[in-house]
Design a protein around this ligand. Structure first.
Ligand code: SF4
Length: 316
């Protein structure tokens, strides 16, 4: 007999949460699928103001992004799972070029997707579901919104999902499924309070409005997503040596003082990466880049993008 037939919601929901814990996820929450009206309107306003820079795919996929049923037939539930990437030791910062902590090791898309596969398999075996898909920043899904709606935290003034027990250095993965589950529908209270550290710390002013990121000024956007051969002159001298991503608005967040190191060997940086100094980055050849970042998220910037970023910050 399938679990869903035995105890339709509670048993399956408990099974999923136990599975998540046993498989090293920080936390798991489940939200009922509905049209997130407030967030949809916010997203539309953000796009209208052009704050997505040239990420046109955000406009193209708006309908899918706002409606999980467009991604999974008869979707009823979104299961959100948090996976820690806070490193035991950070790469050297002073007098070094910097890459975001999430990119120290193997590409998180690959690592987490692989981890979620057995859950999909189990759900199929135990419940007979025909329609369940896993996503890790790999499709138009409002991942932070669904995680928030399942009680896993709040979206802070830096626009990251924050959890009072873990901070914000974690990835959010989702399983969208046609299964009816037990829901953690309590949205978390916003605990940013009067703090505005992230907004003050952002050197480019990308967070000049609380809870709204302006990608046109965001270091992370420019060093990863911006595909043009030049970066904006107005931002010259403001990148503080970040050459892939940026952690400033998370590093200054008081909730990250409680972040604990992950235990994921796939996220451990290679010895070569740990030892890279400025000259090594500046002299990096394409072949070295391919080897150093084999299976890494840094490949998203491509060799040309990384060299462009180094050149951009090098002059200052
Ligand atoms: S730094 Fe302060 S305002 Fe910004 S996300 Fe953290 S708690 Fe919220």
């Amino acid at each position: 007999m399938h679990l869903q037939e035995k105890h339709p919601k509670a048993t399956l929901s408990d099974f999923i949460k136990n599975w998540s814990e046993e498989n090293g996820f920080l936390a798991c929450g489940i939200a009922r699928v509905h049209q997130p009206d407030v967030e949809t309107e916010r997203l539309k306003a953000w796009l209208k103001e052009g704050k997505h820079a040239d990420m046109e795919y955000m406009e193209r996929n708006l309908e899918k992004r706002c409606n999980p049923k467009k991604l999974v037939k008869n979707a009823r539930s979104v299961i959100s799972l948090l996976y820690n990437y806070y490193p035991v030791k950070q790469l050297p910062k002073d007098q070094h070029y910097k890459i975001s902590k999430y990119a120290y090791g193997r590409d998180y898309h690959k690592v987490i997707k692989k981890k979620l596969k057995p859950l999909l398999q189990k759900l199929r075996e135990e419940s007979g579901t025909q329609h369940s898909r896993a996503f890790v920043d790999s499709a138009p899904v409002m991942d932070k919104v669904w995680a928030m709606k399942s009680g896993l935290g709040w979206i802070g003034k830096n626009t990251m999902l924050l959890n009072r027990k873990f901070g914000s250095f974690f990835f959010v993965g989702e399983v969208i499924t046609d299964l009816e589950l037990e829901y953690d529908d309590a949205e978390h209270k916003d605990l940013c309070g009067s703090c505005s550290r992230c907004m003050r710390a952002c050197p480019t002013g990308a967070l000049s409005k609380a809870y709204v990121i302006d990608a046109r000024k965001c270091i992370s956007y420019h060093t990863i997503e911006n595909k043009s051969s030049d970066l904006p002159d107005a931002l010259r001298s403001k990148f503080e040596n970040w050459i892939f991503g940026c952690d400033i608005c998370q590093d200054v967040c008081p909730w990250n003082r409680i972040a604990k190191p992950h235990q994921e060997k796939d996220f451990t940086p290679s010895e070569t990466l740990v030892k890279m100094n400025k000259a090594d980055w500046e002299n990096l050849k394409q072949d070295d880049f391919e080897m150093l970042f084999e299976g890494s998220a840094v490949k998203r910037a491509k060799y040309s993008g990384l060299k462009r970023n180094i050149h951009f910050v090098q002059k200052h």
